[in-house]
Design a protein around this ligand. Structure first.
Ligand SMILES: O=C(O)CCC(=O)C(=O)O
Length: 261
């Protein structure tokens, strides 16, 4: 799936853009499912207030969607992701994490510069984030921005703020990654990225899908990440059927703590 040029872009710049990787029909189907799941968690946020970095009427992260609907699990395990992730990470790949990120109109703050590893440490440190546009993502509605090449700095200490962990508060604005619906940017987990306020009239919708080698661990706590199915074994598609969260977590070796991210 990856051309030499794309592979070089990932290694040198830390990211690759795939224009219209998915057709409108496929995106509309999964966006419909995700809209419902977002609406449920947004409702809970409005009743109970902020949870973690989700803020009612501003930005909502709804996690582990692959366990909430078989079609979503099938979507994240499909051969396009097998080809991409095995080309970069290795032959045995597991879904590391998935979440929708819905940014409401007139959100007035940036989601700050961070490396994905800044939220949870991983061993190995490198995993891949796929940021998929469920609607057009533009500068106006709060697309993500990246600092090309920043993954080469290695892990950078983050400080905590009420909008999220921050790895950089300097002057470099980075570059915007505007994406048409169905397009995706795949990036290195150490790449500095942020998103800017949504100044449009509608919600900016993304599905963030992350992959690691199977067996990746939290080096501080020791547990193995079990937040989704294995999608590749020996470089080939390995997904056969829906697995529930309980079934997935039961795959953990006996001696390691049974915890997800
Ligand atoms: O979609 C966004 O606005 C930011 C998401 C992001 O950076 C992340 O999930 O790590």
């Amino acid at each position: 799936m990856l051309t030499q040029e794309q592979r070089q872009s990932y290694d040198e710049q830390g990211f690759i853009v795939f224009d219209r990787l998915f057709g409108a029909e496929e995106i509309d189907r999964i966006r419909g499912l995700i809209d419902e799941l977002d609406a449920q968690s947004e409702q809970a946020l409005r009743e109970k207030g902020a949870v973690g970095i989700s803020r009612p009427n501003q930005i909502n992260f709804t996690a582990k969607l692959n366990f909430m609907h078989p079609e979503l699990q099938q979507f994240v395990a499909q051969p396009k992701f097998v080809d991409l992730t095995t080309a970069v990470l290795g032959p045995d790949i597991r879904l590391y994490w998935d979440q929708s990120v819905y940014k409401r109109p007139e959100t007035d703050r940036d989601f700050p510069w961070h490396q994905d590893n800044g939220y949870v440490p991983t061993e190995p440190v490198h995993y891949m984030t796929c940021w998929l546009a469920l609607e057009d993502a533009t500068i106006e509605n709060g697309c993500i921005w990246v600092q090309p090449g920043s993954h080469k700095l290695g892990f950078v200490e983050h400080f905590r703020t009420d909008t999220g962990w921050v790895c950089y508060d300097g002057e470099d604005p980075g570059i915007p990654v505007e994406l048409k619906k169905g397009s995706m940017v795949a990036f290195h987990s150490l790449l500095f990225h942020r998103s800017t306020p949504n100044r449009s009239q509608s919600t900016r919708k993304a599905y963030v899908i992350q992959y690691s080698v199977d067996g990746a661990r939290n080096p501080d706590k020791g547990y193995v990440f079990l937040n989704g199915p294995v999608i590749a074994r020996d470089g080939k598609p390995a997904y056969e059927r829906f697995i529930s969260r309980e079934e997935c977590e039961a795959e953990v070796p006996e001696q390691t703590p049974r915890l997800g991210r």
